[in-house]
Design a protein around this ligand. Structure first.
Ligand SMILES: Nc1ncnc2c1ncn2[C@@H]1O[C@H](COP(=O)(O)OP(=O)(O)OP(=O)(O)O)[C@@H](O)[C@H]1O
Ligand SMILES: [Mg+2]
Length: 488
């Protein structure tokens, strides 16, 4: 232990003997001016060191922050140039511990092309030439694009009756645009663009710009003095079948095929139009609206209230159109559902469990009392007799299309391969097709005396329709050609 002496102290000495201030802070021994000066110098040096250290730390922090910001900016730039979704989005995919991304091996990803987004052009880019059709809530006009001089058809987007008070686009209109946009086939009308009027908030101000075709088949059939030749019928039917095959191949049901929705240009080309009732379906089919297809072209399963249906409903309509092209008259112009069913049974015979297994279980079949299948001519179709000019092959095709049992109808692809088209006379080349004076190119087309496609407003009430009530309102018996159809 060191001896402490006031006279004999050294720097080491005072360091080993601390004293305390009154406030308790320990300070080194300092009893001379020299000591104090030294002490002050040391303190200053220490403070300076501390300050430098703090400055360095602040600079390092600043540098770190700057580097982080730079990195973030770089990442963002990369993402926007790649058009990749922002980082936050990507994190939504749960990552597995093993680094894999979920069970993706067996999963097929649906890839949709994303078109660019741009504001719709104005309808002012077009000059209206003349109205073509103006119905209760639809309007189609012939117009010319000012810039190119191209003649087009402008179709105003239809408001569903019950949607007229709502804002936002009607579902049917959206489907029509979506489906037409997705379709690219020579027998399907081409949608050039969608344009808007001045007041873009009003749905009536949205127009489809379609390629213009001079005629619709309904107007031609009504006006032509002579029916189409057999070769021409085949050409029309092949074109219709080809368009329908394309739609069905792409999971689209048209659900309103009829002669007024088939357009014809002066180059003999037929195109399917009016996709207001069309929709995408899957396998198995989603729940679908039962009230579809204009009455005269509506398949028996729909009339009998089926809850599931598919492509064969369009093929039934194709059968009705085939017959109408032959005779220039609608095949089944029923006044109402029951009337139409009666006409169908007269023409095609009554269904039996053998010809149409399960038809009895259809909702509206319960309320039908059908004549005995033993009644003369009750179960056989009379198509052959009704279309005497049709060849055996043609008659077989028509009979097939008009099969009561939807599963017995040919698909559109099968129809295209039918013997009927291979027999003489061969289908006429489109370029050799006759031309007709265009009504659409002049004054407004005559409004056809045919029923309209069912409105969406009616759909909700369909479930409440009591068929037996409708039947009770009619005479006890609906007289047909060969048999009586009794309703209960
Ligand atoms: N691209 C077109 N070129 C020429 N005429 C057309 C065109 N599109 C439609 N039309 C005419 O306008 C009529 C009505 O068109 P579309 O069927 O598309 O509309 P809609 O309002 O749904 O009709 P509807 O309810 O009467 O079936 C057609 O029957 C046809 O005469
Ligand atoms: Mg139409």
């Amino acid at each position: 232990m060191l001896q402490c002496s006031r006279d004999n102290h050294s720097i080491n000495h005072y360091r080993t003997h601390p004293i305390f201030h009154t406030n308790g802070e320990q300070i080194p021994w300092a009893n001379t001016e020299e000591d104090a000066a030294l002490e002050a110098k040391l303190k200053k040096e220490k403070e300076e060191k501390k300050r430098l250290k703090a400055e360095k730390a602040a600079r390092a922090e600043q540098e770190r922050q700057r580097a982080a910001a730079e990195q973030a900016q770089k990442q963002q730039d990369e993402e926007s140039s790649d058009r990749r979704p922002p980082a936050k989005r990507r994190k939504l995919t749960p990552e597995r511990e093993d680094g894999g991304i979920g069970d993706t091996e067996d999963v097929k990803l649906l890839r949709f092309e994303i078109g660019g987004w741009a504001p719709s052009r104005s309808v002012e880019n077009y000059d209206k030439l003349n109205d073509i059709e103006e119905g209760s809530y639809g309007w189609v006009a012939r117009a010319r694009e000012i810039k190119t001089g191209d003649v087009v058809a402008l179709k105003r987007l239809k408001l569903d009756k019950d949607e007229s008070m709502r804002t936002g686009l009607p579902e049917t209109g959206l489907r029509e645009i979506q489906i037409l946009k997705d379709c690219s086939h020579k027998n399907i009308v081409k949608l050039r663009e969608v344009v808007v009027g001045e007041d873009t908030l009003r749905i009536e101000n949205i127009f489809l710009v379609l390629e213009f075709l001079e005629h619709d088949l309904k107007s031609i059939l009504e006006d032509m003095p002579e029916p189409f030749l057999a070769s021409e019928v085949k050409t029309l039917l092949l074109q219709l079948g080809s368009g329908v095959a394309y739609l069905h191949d792409h999971w689209i049901l048209h659900r309103d095929l009829k002669t007024s929705n088939l357009l014809l240009n002066n180059r003999g080309q037929l195109k399917i139009a009016d996709f207001g009732m069309a929709r995408y379906v899957g396998d198995p089919a989603p729940k679908l609206t039962q009230l579809v297809v204009t009455l005269w072209y509506r398949a028996p399963e729909l009339l009998l209230g089926t809850k599931t249906y598919g492509a064969p409903i369009d093929m039934w309509s194709v059968g009705c159109i085939f017959a109408e092209i032959l005779t220039r008259k609608a095949l089944l112009p029923g006044k109402n559902e029951v009337d139409t069913l009666t006409m169908i049974f007269e023409l095609c015979g009554i269904p039996t469990e053998e010809s149409w297994p399960g038809f009895r279980r259809l909702p509206n079949a319960h309320s039908l009392r059908l004549p005995s299948k033993n009644a003369p001519g009750a179960t056989g179709a009379v198509i052959r007799a009704r279309f005497p000019l049709l060849t055996a092959a043609g008659s077989a095709l028509l009979t097939g299309l008009l099969s009561l049992n939807p599963d017995a109808r040919p698909t559109a692809k099968e129809m295209l391969q039918h013997e009927y088209f291979r027999q003489d006379p061969k289908p006429k080349h489109e370029a050799m097709f006759p031309t007709f004076p265009s009504k659409a190119g002049q004054e407004r087309r005559r409004r056809h005396d045919t029923p309209n496609a069912p409105g969406r407003g009616q759909v909700a009430s369909l479930g409440a329709v009591d068929f037996s009530g409708i039947f009770a309102g009619r005479d006890k018996e609906e007289r047909g050609g060969g048999f009586a159809l009794r309703m209960v």
